[in-house]
Each structure stands twice: as C-alpha cells, then as structure tokens.
Design a protein around this ligand. Structure first.
Ligand SMILES: [Fe+2]
Length: 241
C-alpha cells in the first residue's frame, strides 16, 4: 500500500491537471509507480477573496465527479481518490471559520502549506488558533521545500508543535534537502510522503524515483513507518465513507 498524501490531480481546479484526460494519465502513472490511494489536494488560498470556501468546494467536488464519471465509464483500475485541500497559511485564515470543511474527508486533519518566506511569530499564532478554535489537526505540507529559506531553529519550533509532517517525493534529487532531512528522518519527524504532482510534464508523479532512492537515504525502517501512518490515516478516511 502506498498513499500519496499530496497531489493536484483534479482537472481544472488549480495549477494542476488541465483536463480529465491529463488527470487520468497522472493517475495511471501513479498506479504504475505502486500508489494505491491518492489524496487530491487542490490549492486553497483564503486571500483569493474572489473564492469562498463554498465556491472552492463546489469547484473541487464537481471536478472530482467529472473525473470519477470518466474513470467509471472507461472501467479503469486506478488509485482510489480521496478528497482534501492544500490550505495556505494566511493571516485571515481563521477569521472565515468553517475550516473543518477543508479537512481531508472523514478526518479533522488539514494539509497546511506554510508561506514561502521566513516563518514569523504570527504564523505560529494562527496555527494555535486553528487548532484550538476549530479543533483541527495539521499535516504540514512538503517541509522539504523550505530548507533554503527557514533556519533550523524555526523548523524546530514547527516540529515542537507535534503535528504531522509530509515530504515531497522529489526531495531525493535535492542535495541540500537530503542533508537536512536525513537528521529529521533519524529523529522520526516525518509521517507522510506526497508526489505533489501537478501534471504529466510539469512536476509529474515521481514516486518510482523516490522508492528507488529512499532506502539508501533513509534506511529500511523509514518506509514501514510511513506505511503505518498512511494506513492509520486511510482507515480514518474509509471509516467515514
Ligand atoms: Fe502542492
């Protein structure tokens, strides 16, 4: 079992798949790479005032329906899709309320994307509010992508919150990220992996490349720990279906 916890496979929702055809090609690639389940996590950015949570969900759910109809019509055997969102942390995030609707389906867990500049104290306040006011748990998205921006001590602040952490499969080709992540892996700070795939050409699924290299980088126990976390998450999702 391999769960891809972070993907942009739904057609025409964000900067991911641009058609149902491309979504199906991406899912086929994921399947060939051994992925059994994938969480569709289109970008949600509260600062895009033109889009409310309701608008976003309507767009996401209708893209999912279109894709599923086509998969069923063609009787394709592809990874199972579960719904979620990749929510960018912004100052106004908690104000709107109702963020539980952006959680991974059947759970109280949000895939949260930290901003791409040095993390500041207001961000940690928002995270605290999100958890206390909305009862939400967090998976921090692709923590490997900030290693050039965020100092080690700030990362430690994030890890000290004791939420789950996801890394992107393509970190295995980033020498600096490998150096930094080796320590975190040893300290068992990583819970999930994701392809963060956006298309068949631009940021395609690379789970096969990850699987070929991860043993040497992380040791043999790493993937079994990822699998345990993934199975627990999947059973929460499936229980609610
Ligand atoms: Fe993403």
């Amino acid at each position: 079992m391999i769960l891809d916890t972070h993907s942009h496979i739904l057609p025409n929702v964000d900067d991911g798949a641009t058609s149902v055809k491309e979504s199906i090609k991406m899912l086929t690639m994921l399947k060939e790479q051994g992925v059994t389940d994938v969480i569709a996590t289109p970008h949600f950015k509260m600062m895009d005032l033109s889009e409310s949570i309701d608008d976003f969900l309507e767009k996401r759910n209708s893209a999912y329906k279109n894709l599923l109809d086509e998969i069923n019509k063609q009787k394709l055997d592809l990874p199972k899709i579960h719904l979620g969102a990749e929510v960018l942390l912004t100052m106004d995030l908690v104000e709107a309320g109702g963020l539980d609707r952006l959680c991974i389906e059947g759970t109280n867990i949000i895939l949260l994307e930290m901003p791409y500049y040095e993390w500041q104290s207001w961000m940690f306040r928002i995270i605290e509010d999100l958890c206390s006011a909305e009862g939400i748990e967090i998976i921090f998205a692709h923590v490997d992508r900030y290693v050039n921006l965020v100092p080690k001590q700030t990362y430690e602040k994030l890890f000290a919150l004791n939420h789950a952490v996801q890394i992107n499969a393509d970190f295995v080709d980033n020498k600096k990220a490998i150096r930094v992540l080796k320590k975190w892996i040893k300290e068992r700070k990583i819970n999930y992996i994701g392809s963060d795939c956006h298309g068949i050409d631009f940021r395609p699924p690379q789970i096969d490349n990850f699987m070929a290299k991860i043993g040497k980088i992380a040791g043999k126990d790493f993937m079994s720990r990822i699998e345990t976390h993934s199975s627990e998450l999947l059973s929460k999702i499936n229980k609610a279906k």
